[in-house]
Design a protein around this ligand. Sequence first.
Ligand code: G3I
Length: 405
Amino acid sequence: MLFLVALAGCGKPVAGGAAPSPAAPNAAAVPSASTVPVPAAPGTECRAAPRATLDAAKASLAQAYAKQFQIGVAINGSVYEQRDPGAAALVAAQFNRVTPENELKWQSLEKQPGVLDFSEADACVAYAEQHGMEIHGHTLVWHHQVPKWVFQNDAGEPATREQLLQRLDQHMAALAKHYGNRLKYWDVVNEAFNDDGSLRDTPWRKIIGDDYLDQVFLLASKHFPEAKLVYNDFNLEKPAKRDAVVKLVRGFQARGVRIDGIGSQSHFQLEVPTLQAIDDALSAFAGAGMEVLISELDVDVLPPAYKNQGADLSLNAELSAQLNPYAECLPGDVAARAAQRWADIFAVFSRHAEHLHSVTLWGVSDRYSWLNNWPVKGRTNYALLFDRELRPKQAWQRVLEAAAR
Ligand code: G3I
């Protein structure tokens, strides 16, 4: 049975944290007992931070938003293999759709040509089906996590357009044969645009040509006639990128290429993007006749290592204390800002509920967030709604309460 009441103030005292500091000339520079942040547990919100007062065993995000949109979560083996039973129970209680975080990527399914290994993806799909959750397939065409052989011929030279399209055709056919129509949505193409709206120069584009997005969506509609076909990307709040995606949709519609939805990843920070920019992007996609999915939501609370950080996996910065300021615990004022940010973001989503199919969080707990390792490996981030001890944060409660407005 889940027992997730927030236990404000519990936890081990930190050695040395409570000793009164004698008055000294440079007292201001020495943190006093009251200014040393004390973690309730390592990597959680500091003890002084406001905590959730509602019980996550009794209130569920999915139920709270049932009349507006589905609430999804990206999961990994900790959940579907029950390696973390608490996280698995939390997912089942709080969410009603899942996205396999890595299991359906080409690299996970088909490391060697024609040798398909569905074991992890099957375990993930089985977990979701046991709990009556909708499953979001992620992702068919991406420039990351694709084995090199996909883009090469037998001699190790670049594959031809025909070879690559045939490989993709076979890959989709294998997925369609294996899963039938059990996966209701597919991210057909992931991250094809640069932030300035130009097409990203990926191996897919280089080999197939500038019409590759048409070709890929046409293949997907052949193999997944009943699934909703989605274009998925990050930084879609940037006007140039947003407009490029709207133009893509309009072009598809004019040429008779089926596309059903736009997945806006929504890897947000505390201040960026603005609520207005989020609102504008949702309006633009809905205005183009698209179903909209918030596909990978999280809120990074750490200092950005790059301007216009987005979610470009090729970015990588050195770990430093400056870039990892909350290694012990998250101070109350930052936790409060994050909680407010989550509530504000969901208020925008609610205004678009008519066209918004789902809001998916990119992970269940801070313990599993990719943002602990990107763009700086080994940071302590606090980007999700449940802490490292799986306790609900104040942000969770604010999101829950925002549903009622
Ligand atoms: O499975 C291998 C394992 O065999 C190996 O021992 C280990 C050593 O590093 O790596 C494992 O693969 C890792 C994989 O996650 C599974 O854990 C990769 O190195 C690692 O790069 C990969 O990271 C994932 C990343 O996509 C790249 O695929 C993150 O978990 C995942 O959260 C992230 O998700 C992406 C979305 O797909 C697209 N949008 C952005 C989002 C965040 O980057």
